[in-house]
Every structure is written in structure tokens, then in C-alpha cells.
Design a protein around this ligand. Structure first.
Ligand code: SIN
Ligand code: MN
Length: 209
């Protein structure tokens, strides 16, 4: 469990985004995965379509007041219910504790997007720009297998830098990096024993309104 008020300086900055390596330990990671199992039981994973109608390789669901969604007809947006019509489950407390530890001055998040990467899954470079207030950070939490995270500037096609994100790592898209292009090139399948059968989970916490 992340202690209330736990704060720590970031270990390094990549593309303007601070990174905290191993921000929480194996026991806290396992606790978070348990809480996420309950989220997925209430709000099953689905594969959204890009706005060009291509299914994404990443399984997704959300917790909080809003969930992120995309399909060919309406594109990228937040919706207030799971596609089944069920309400999104609440954001688990251990996840909220990470937000409060690294973004103590921010408003409370109202969406936790859950991305599940199985072998071969990746995410193309994109900006997180479906939120109303870019003064609020996006906080990313990595669990399970390592993922090769790529980050560039705010214009598509500029130079990029890459870093492997491991289980327990936390990264913040904030200030000059809030609208940075970012994505996941590949997963080192089997590099972590946290998830049975391997795979990577990434959580991104956002303030939507
Ligand atoms: C995302 O940008 O939604 C996910 C990034 C990641 O998986 O680290
Ligand atoms: Mn993103």
C-alpha cells in the first residue's frame, strides 16, 4: 500500500515527463492487480475501434465517473457507462493513493483507463487530448511485463525518446509534457511474474471535465 502523504522526487525525466522507478513494491503491485480483477469483473475488457474502424490490439476498460471509449462512428471520447450499460466501477483506493502521492495539488481523477497488453499488443503514438483541462496531469502506472514507452513533443513527426517502463513504475504527463505524443512500441513478454501468463497492465488516471 502507498502510505498517505508518501512523496519522492522523480528518478529521471524523459521527454519532459518525470518517471518514478519502482514507486511501489511487489506486495503493493499484487494488491493493485487484485483490485483491478474486481474492476474487470464489473466492467469487462473490450477492444475499442480506432476512428478509422481498426480494432486496437490493447484490451481496455475503465473505472471512475467516466471511461474512455472509441468507435468508428463517433471516434475518441469519454462515456459515463460501460458499453454493456453498467456503471463504471469506482477507482480502487490503492490506485488513487498513487495519484495523491505524485500529484498532491491536482484535482481528484475521474477516470482510470485500464489498458491490458498481451503478447504482440502495442499502442501507436497519440496525444491524450480528450480532457477539458490540460492544467491537470495524466498519471501513468505500469504493472507486469516491461513496455517500451516512446515519447516525443507536441507535434507529430518530431524527435522521440524511448524508455522501458517496468512493474511499479509511475510516469506523469504534465506541464510541457501534458500534450506530448506517446505510445508503446512493444512488450517484453514474460519479463515479470506479476501477471499469470504474462502481459502488461497500464493505468492512466485523468481529470476529464
Ligand atoms: C496510454 O497512453 O493510454 C497508455 C500508455 C502506456 O501503456 O504506457
Ligand atoms: Mn495516452
Amino acid at each position: 500500500m502507498i502510505a498517505k502523504g508518501q512523496t519522492r522526487a522523480p528518478d529521471f525525466v524523459v521527454g519532459g515527463a518525470p518517471v518514478w522507478k519502482a514507486f511501489f513494491d511487489a506486495a503493493a503491485q499484487a494488491e493493485m492487480v487484485e483490485a483491478l480483477r474486481r474492476v474487470v469483473a464489473a466492467a469487462p475488457l473490450f477492444s475499442p475501434e480506432t476512428r478509422w474502424g481498426k480494432p486496437m490490439s490493447v484490451g481496455m476498460t475503465s473505472a471512475g465517473r467516466y471511461g474512455w471509449y472509441s468507435d468508428r462512428s463517433k471516434g475518441y471520447r469519454y462515456i459515463d457507462r460501460h458499453p454493456s450499460g453498467a456503471p463504471w466501477p469506482p477507482i480502487p483506493d490503492p490506485v488513487l493513493a498513487v495519484w495523491h502521492a505524485v500529484a498532491p495539488d491536482a484535482r481528484a481523477p475521474d477516470c482510470c483507463l485500464v489498458n491490458v497488453y498481451r503478447a504482440g499488443a502495442k499502442m501507436g503514438l497519440h496525444q491524450d487530448r480528450d480532457e477539458a483541462d490540460f492544467s491537470q496531469p495524466v498519471i501513468s502506472i505500469s504493472l507486469g511485463d516491461e513496455g517500451l514507452f516512446r515519447i516525443g513533443g507536441t507535434l507529430r513527426g518530431g524527435p522521440t525518446q524511448s524508455v522501458w517502463l517496468a512493474s511499479g513504475d509511475v510516469l506523469a504527463l504534465r506541464e510541457e509534457a501534458r500534450l506530448a505524443f506517446h505510445g508503446i512500441d512493444r512488450i517484453r513478454h514474460g519479463s515479470s511474474a506479476l501477471l499469470k501468463g504474462g502481459g502488461r497492465i497500464n493505468l492512466t488516471l485523468r481529470v476529464v471535465d
